[in-house]
Design a protein around this ligand. Sequence first.
Ligand code: NAP
Length: 350
Amino acid sequence: MAEQVVIIGSGPAGWSAAIYAARAELKPLVFEGAITEENRLAGTLPLGQLALTTEVENYAGFPAGDLKGFLESAIDPERFQYMFVHEGKHAVTGPELMELMRQQAVNFGTRIVTDDIVGVELQQRPFRLRLLGGETIETHALILATGARANYLGLPSEETYKNRGVSACAVCDGALPRFRNKPLIVVGGGDSAVEEATYLTKYASKVHLIHRRDKLRASKIMQERATNDPKIQIEWNHTLEEVLGNDKEGVTGVRLRSTVEDATRELPASGVFLAIGHTPNTAFLKGQIALTEKGYIQWSQPFRTTTSVEGVFAAGDAADDHYRQAITSAGTGCMAALDAERWLAAQGIH
Ligand code: NAP
């Protein structure tokens, strides 16, 4: 028998959609993603981008405080292995927040499958979804909440030093002790790169912004911010050729390559932050639903989570390359569940 609603994705959008759908008695089934080496390397393991961050200080409702007792009472002890729990007073961490949302969805009857959906057939009804192992399931309504992942350059040295100085999120990791009062590298020339560089000046002795051209892509105001900040030095016309480091210290520097002459040079640094854009996790949807040029799912109406296929709704970063916040994703997840519920009711399915 077909499911009433399937939710693909396990970030704030997926869990918020599940909480609302479960409370509406839609018995949602969530595909939270598979635990595979491929997903680990791509940054698409269950619980999404927040599972890769440390403290989340801007999610409303979670001021810094001692969450230990609450976490122990709210969450199954078996799930503690997935959480990054600090002792003492702190803001909620990304993994803690995701475990709390996951548990809240479970509490209302959400069923969870730890697997990927790798293909969809949206031209038929009910919709058919294909799992990693080849099995298929059917659903009347579908909520897509597969999120996005930060782009990396694909250098082997970048991979070697991930979590030991290489990051794609200054706001998540910038305050770590290893980055304090040390030179840091940001790669990219867009708004994110400038935003990350500016943010890192709080901690770094100097921030080198590495850009492959001689003009920033960032908006004018952000360009001015970068050029006027005495702590930011823009290294024009350079790409990152290699992250340098060792087992003991992690990242110790970078080697840059000029894009205008045949030359390389090295800079000392204790951290490298990639800000070269994000890729939505929507490859499995190609040809089935309208995507934007950059591959984001297209919402078909303003302030609705409807898509080009009736009965398919999109939430979170998979459809949003503008706000990209945990709280906005959670908001659109809630909207998608409400939209799905109304649509199912109108079809006489619910
Ligand atoms: P983006 O605008 O696409 O910029 C990506 C930057 O990375 C570009 O400068 C690009 O260089 C560079 N880049 C891409 N691939 C690279 C590679 N392989 N090697 C070296 N450099 C590479 O992405 P974004 O900065 O993440 O911004 C995404 C969207 O969010 C934008 O619409 C932006 O305005 C918005 N945003 C807004 C704010 C804000 O308003 N505060 C903050 C963050 C993001 P080229 O320039 O040479 O292509």
